[in-house]
Write a protein that binds this ligand. Structure first.
Ligand SMILES: *Cc1c(COP(=O)(O)O)cnc(C)c1O
Length: 361
């Protein structure tokens, strides 16, 4: 058996050079004579690893000293609640743009802590588009405006940063972080679960503008406080050291690949290749998403006849193309094209799709 092209939405494929290096270092990391996950997070060598990982992600994303960079836990889901706990005072309102299932969940998990208001939603159109910039009103008294730059399930991506007027913009970047350059200075908080584009699960990258750390927020355990975590270098308690190490290797791999400008160009070409195959299939395949809001990272598509889905999945897996089954909320197929998916994988997919359509069309 050989390693297949893995289109999983998450946990997702990791770059092969990262896995190979981790394999080579598994029993003895550096001069430790033990693996990285068997040593203290307070050791000199682990602290150096943590500092290098932070410096590398700062360099990759162009994160200024005005921001703290935290390596936390709990998944993006826990931060749906941690964001209002840290940024909103009791009874305050926060505005949300809802463009898919994750934005909906962000609202429902925030609701115990903040008056979460939906400033705009595309639910009436089955989450196949993003609202036009300026089509919502942000309350100047809101604690923040929250949105989901890329909806992993619905395959809808904002290709422009939404306007948040004077309130801080908070974004769940879980499935599109590091996929292309972004202007971090436009954001108050960026957070992302690791298991799509950063590394294995167990880690959440949180980038917080330092002035927001001064907000009192609401009563909360210290471990949930962004300010306390920033003060303690994200080591208030034992961090997920193996995930942190692997994230650091992914950052180094991204730098060696030419950084986010180069990766972004590659991701644009990958996405264009797949959407061209869908749109050029004479209706055999169909993307439900409005062309201007199509995700570069997660591409849902349907077959002209649902009865062909099972055969498509069985044959694609046999051809070495894994995890193409769509999310149950959308149906059909979904191909996730995160950074670790090479263009050759996308080409193998579109070749398979053309062959399948030719035989079943
Ligand atoms: C995967 C994902 C989440 C959930 O992440 P967990 O780590 O499972 O909490 C949240 N938001 C988006 C956009 C995601 O893609």
């Amino acid at each position: 058996m050989t390693r297949a092209f893995n289109f999983s939405a998450g946990p997702a494929a990791l770059p092969e050079p990262v896995l190979e290096r981790a394999r080579d270092e598994m029993l003895e990391w550096g001069a430790e004579r033990a693996s990285v996950m068997e040593i203290s997070h307070r050791s000199k060598s682990f602290i150096a690893l943590a500092e290098t990982a932070e410096a590398d992600v700062r360099e990759l994303m162009g994160i200024s000293a005005d921001y703290a960079v935290l390596f936390l836990q709990g998944g993006a889901t826990q931060h749906f609640a941690q964001v209002p706990l840290n940024l909103a005072s009791a009874g305050q309102a926060a505005d949300y743009l809802v463009t898919g299932a994750w934005g909906q969940k962000a609202v429902s998990e925030a609701a115990p802590y903040v008056n979460a208001r939906v400033a705009a939603s595309t639910e009436a159109g089955s989450f196949t588009d993003v609202p036009a910039n300026g089509s919502w009103a942000v309350d100047p008294a809101a604690a923040y405006l929250h949105y989901t730059p890329n909806e992993t399930i619905h395959g809808v991506e904002f290709h422009q940063i939404p306007d948040s007027a004077e309130v801080p913009l908070v974004a769940d970047f879980s499935s599109t972080i590091l996929s292309r350059p972004i202007d971090v200075s436009r954001f108050g908080v960026i957070y992302a679960g690791a298991q799509k584009n950063i590394g294995p699960s167990g880690l959440v990258l949180v980038i917080v503008r330092r002035d927001l750390l001064a907000r009192a927020g609401q009563p909360k355990a210290k471990v949930l406080s962004y300010a306390a975590q920033a003060k303690e270098g994200s080591m208030l308690n034992t961090p997920p050291t193996l995930s942190w190490y692997l994230a650091g290797l992914v950052f180094q791999w991204l730098k060696a690949e030419g950084g986010l400008a180069a990766i972004g160009e590659r991701n644009r070409i990958k996405a264009e290749t797949l959407y061209a195959a869908i749109d050029g299939s004479g209706g055999f395949y169909r993307s439900p998403v409005a062309p201007a809001a199509r995700s570069w990272m997660n591409v849902p598509f349907t077959l002209k006849d649902e009865a062909l889905d099972a055969a498509f999945l069985k044959e694609s897996e046999a051809a070495g193309l894994l995890a193409l089954k769509g999310h149950r909320a959308v149906g059909g197929m979904r191909a996730s094209l995160y950074n670790a998916m090479p263009l050759t994988g996308v080409q193998a997919l579109v070749d398979f799709m053309a062959d399948f359509a030719g035989r079943r069309g």
